[in-house]
Design a protein around this ligand. Structure first.
Ligand SMILES: Cn1cc(Nc2nc(NC3CCCCC3)c3c(C#N)c[nH]c3n2)cn1
Length: 280
């Protein structure tokens, strides 16, 4: 069957964009308007109440953020006992796939950085902290980067047929030291403030900017998971910052990748940083 019905509206499947454990994202055509959409399908058959609630929370937040430009548009959705369908705007490519394909021109780095900061600032303003930001969470829609999820429900990986799937899902390369350490005390120990918790997303954004700038993430070369986690948390493990054309960019990277949360800049401070504010 190559048709999807959501709230009685017919969509013809064009292709599968990505699939995760129990979810798929399709590129579809709305016959009536001849418009292209993305439909995210979640199979709830083997989902427990916690998973179902996490998807409902993600939808609630997505609805609440609809008036913000850097957030993916949700046009319609359907929740039943067995499935969830989300009809959303369709992007051209996610940032992870884009970065795998080509190196970013140095003059474009600032453009992407500003858009990522603005998108994450949107969710922080709504009291949402992602905690698992990576390139696959950002999507190009008509040339601008938008955030497609908020780290509430579990994520999806792109449908890459190649066996060597260096999947972005579950990658630790963008995880902040405090997230790694706090996930230890499972008795919900994040008594720290929202202000402090927002900094975890700043660390992840710094890792994404590092990847865009240098073509690899700060700890990518450490393949052993245990060793990687230790290096992320070990202040004696010095992250390398080779010089690039713009010393302001290196300064931004160094500030985002400070292990001490209190020393790490906020999104607001990063938007005021000379790298962002000194250019047009
Ligand atoms: C070639 N390509 C075209 C797109 N477009 C697109 N991908 C979406 N998710 C992708 C699922 C796999 C991982 C990467 C994101 C969504 C989406 C959600 N969720 C809502 N709209 C979307 N648009 C992506 N790659």
């Amino acid at each position: 069957k190559n048709q999807i019905h959501v709230k009685g509206v017919n969509y013809s499947i064009i292709k599968v964009i990505g699939k995760g454990g129990s979810s798929k994202v399709y590129q579809v055509l709305h016959e009536g308007s001849k418009k292209i959409f993305a439909v995210k399908y979640v199979d709830l058959e083997c989902a427990d109440d916690v998973i179902i609630q996490s998807y409902k929370n993600e939808i609630t937040v997505l609805q609440r953020l609809q008036n913000k430009d850097p957030i993916i548009k949700l046009y319609d959705y359907e929740i039943s006992q067995s499935h969830i369908y989300l009809v959303m705007e369709c992007g051209s490519i996610d940032l992870a796939s884009f970065l795998r394909r080509k190196r970013v021109q140095k003059e474009d780095i600032l453009f992407y950085w500003r858009q990522m900061l603005t998108a994450v600032q949107c969710i922080h303003d709504e009291g949402i902290i992602h905690r698992d930001l990576k390139p696959a969470n950002f999507l190009f829609v008509e040339g601008s980067l938008k955030l497609i999820d908020f780290g509430i429900a579990n994520s999806i990986q792109s449908d890459r047929t190649s066996v060597t799937r260096e999947s972005q899902v579950g990658t630790l390369n963008y995880m902040s030291p405090e997230t790694i350490q706090s996930s230890g005390d499972s008795h919900g120990g994040d008594h720290t403030s929202m202000k402090i918790n927002c900094k975890s997303d700043v660390w992840s954004l710094g890792c994404i900017l590092y990847y865009i700038t240098y073509g690899k993430t700060p700890f990518q070369s450490i393949t052993n998971t245990m060793m990687k986690l230790q290096a992320i948390c070990n202040p004696d493990y010095k992250i390398q910052f080779s010089d690039v054309h713009d010393s302001n960019l290196v300064d931004v990277l160094k500030r985002c990748l400070v292990r001490d949360v209190k020393e790490r800049p906020s999104i607001k401070e990063l938007l005021d940083h000379p790298y962002v504010s000194s250019k047009t």
